[in-house]
Design a protein around this ligand. Structure first.
Ligand code: C2E
Ligand code: MG
Ligand code: MG
Ligand code: MG
Length: 288
């Protein structure tokens, strides 16, 4: 299990793998139980703002799990365990239900919803979504579904068909973490995606990389030429926000404006250099 074959290395590496494997198995067991007591899961919401006016555009729903036996588990971890164990379809519809209840509480907001590619490809997905829309009397135009690149590329035709169906329903779609995957320009042009969300790894480099602003400018121009709406993720400083707005991003999201928070703490107004929590952005910056 190691490139070096000195005995110690192999042992250390295997022990690490083993611990990782055991940890993920524990999470999987706990996840199976938790899906039957869905109170352990809750949603937080992070604002996405208009890059010119800084006004609230929509909120992204981000899942949290406070596991009864293991404590809080990060979504990157439990979502990937759920994907690998096949639990994601059940977990995904459980989370969807919570989000739809919240959507009913805040009819003034648009919601971005993360969907695992496996969930999108499952046969029950569109029917579940259609049922929830009806039950909660939600207009599909208030929803944007976010997908990551990974599985999308390999199941191109099926994914394309599902995205088309979402579009016919009036739901928009976004490619999440854009720039970290392998989408070709042809793929982007072909896929019925409305929005590109530029991954935060590009944004966080802006401070000390002069070339990056030009690279971003090119990416954003390409996206705009393809008719996509562009959102930048992980915006933490005013400096980043200004560059991203200058290079043509339509929307911005990140700690600068707000961390993910409970829905009832999302305020409607923003702008004038004020964050969505009501305090000046600059003040938030000084504290960071
Ligand atoms: P994502 O969809 O790309 O969500 C953005 C992540 O970046 C969130 O992490 C958010 O808290 C974090 N973030 C936002 N602004 C900033 C910033 O300025 N700086 C930094 N350093 N981070 C920022 P989170 O909440 O831990 O979620 C991680 C990932 O887990 C998400 O990435 C998404 O892929 C997945 N995920 C979360 N909730 C769900 C869900 O309900 N369903 C599915 N399928 N996946 C989910
Ligand atoms: Mg997302
Ligand atoms: Mg992302
Ligand atoms: Mg991500």
């Amino acid at each position: 299990a190691s490139k070096k074959d000195d005995g110690n290395h192999v042992t250390v590496y295997d022990a690490e793998l083993d611990a990782e494997y055991t940890f993920r198995r524990k999470i999987e067991e706990a996840l199976r139980l938790a899906i039957r007591s869905p109170d352990e899961f809750y949603m937080l919401y992070q604002p996405i703002v208009n890059a010119r006016t800084m006004e609230l555009h929509s909120v992204e729903a981000l899942a949290r799990w406070n596991c009864a036996s293991l404590g809080p588990i990060a979504p990157d971890v439990f979502i990937s365990v759920a994907e690998k164990s096949g639990l994601i379809v059940q977990l995904g519809s459980l989370l969807l239900k919570k989000i739809f209840c919240d959507m009913q509480c805040r009819p003034d907001l648009r919601f971005n919803i993360n969907i695992s590619p496996l969930q999108l490809l499952s046969s029950g997905f569109i029917p579940t979504l259609t049922r929830l829309l009806g039950e909660h009397s939600i207009s599909p135009s208030r929803i944007e579904i976010e997908l990551t690149e990974g599985v999308l590329v390999s199941n191109c035709d099926t994914v394309q068909a599902q995205l088309k169906q979402l579009r016919q329903m009036g739901i928009t779609t976004a490619l999440d973490d854009f720039g970290t995957g392998f989408s070709s320009i042809g793929y982007l042009q072909k896929m019925p995606l409305d929005t590109l969300k530029i991954d935060r790894s590009f944004v966080s480099g802006l401070g000390d990389d002069k070339v990056l602003a030009n690279v971003l400018h090119s990416i954003v121009s390409l996206g705009r030429t393809l008719g996509k709406s562009i959102t930048a993720e992980g915006v933490e400083t005013l400096y980043e926000a200004e560059i991203l707005a200058d290079v043509g991003c339509h929307y911005l999201q990140g700690y600068l404006f707000s961390r993910p928070q409970p829905l009832d703490q999302i305020l409607k107004a923003a702008g004038n250099g004020h964050s969505l929590t009501g305090e000046p952005c600059a003040q938030q910056l000084r504290r960071a």
